[in-house]
Design a protein around this ligand. Structure first.
Ligand code: MN
Length: 243
């Protein structure tokens, strides 16, 4: 069986002992992809636009990982004092990858920051701090200081969506480690899950072979079969490139 190569986006981490900064992705993502039968391949955000597209051509699928916030100026978002961790190179490279994957039909999954990047890249906007901008919002920022696998709120899945088919149900408890969330939904995206306060927790790209984003962290819920199925679905869609 062909082992699909899944490009994994990375975060910039300070180097120590005089070393340069590092580009890294948490093992939780890499293990979830590997356990689903894919080969995770790290994509440094420092690549030039041409080099990034050369890498893209060799991928079978893409995983957009969690991380710091997207620069609000990229979606006309209101500035907020809690916005943190902006990485201009990462914003630029991930937005280019989303747009290219949407155009070409390359399978992709976005997690947390990843669903936000998908929405921004395709023309949507974000709440730059949910609790100050969404009336009636529940707590979604169970970080830091909480276990990453803490089940913090339910999500209701849109019946008939691709996500409902993958997870095999319409209501699940999920973790929640985000202070931003999807506001204006990009044209072309369909909402496939909500939190009880109405916040969008999943989107998908109808008509695309596999374009999906979730606001929770399934890589930390691998004890739950439906969340493993999400990674399996990405890998299976990525294998279809070769059928
Ligand atoms: Mn949440």
């Amino acid at each position: 069986m062909h082992l699909p190569i899944i490009g994994v986006t990375t975060a910039r981490v300070p180097g120590t002992n005089g070393q340069t900064d590092l580009y890294a992705a948490a093992l939780s993502y890499l293990n979830a992809v590997a356990n689903a039968g894919g080969v995770p391949l790290l994509l440094p955000a420092s690549l030039s636009p041409d080099a990034l597209m050369a890498a893209f051509e060799r991928l079978d699928g893409l995983l957009f990982t969690g991380g710091g916030d997207i620069d609000p100026s990229l979606f006309d978002g209101p500035p907020h004092e809690r916005v943190y961790g902006i990485e201009p190179e990462r914003d630029r490279s991930e937005i280019a990858l989303v747009r290219r994957a949407a155009e070409t039909g390359l399978p992709f999954l976005g997690i947390c920051r990843g669903i936000q990047v998908i929405n921004v890249a395709l023309g949507g906007g974000l709440y730059t701090h949910i609790e100050d901008q969404l009336a009636g919002a529940r707590k979604h920022d169970f970080f830091p200081g909480y276990p990453r696998d803490r089940l913090s709120h339910p999500v209701s899945i849109e019946p008939g969506s691709r996500l409902a088919g993958i997870l095999g149900g319409e209501s699940f408890e999920v973790n929640s480690l985000h202070h931003q969330g999807l506001g204006r939904i990009a044209p072309g995206l369909a909402v496939s899950a909500h939190a009880p306060d109405g916040l969008v927790e999943a989107v998908e790209l109808p008509g695309h072979p596999f374009g999906l984003g979730v606001q929770w962290h399934p890589e930390w819920l691998q004890a739950h079969a439906p969340q493993r199925a999400l990674f399996k679905a990405l890998v299976e869609a990525s294998q279809k490139v070769y059928e």
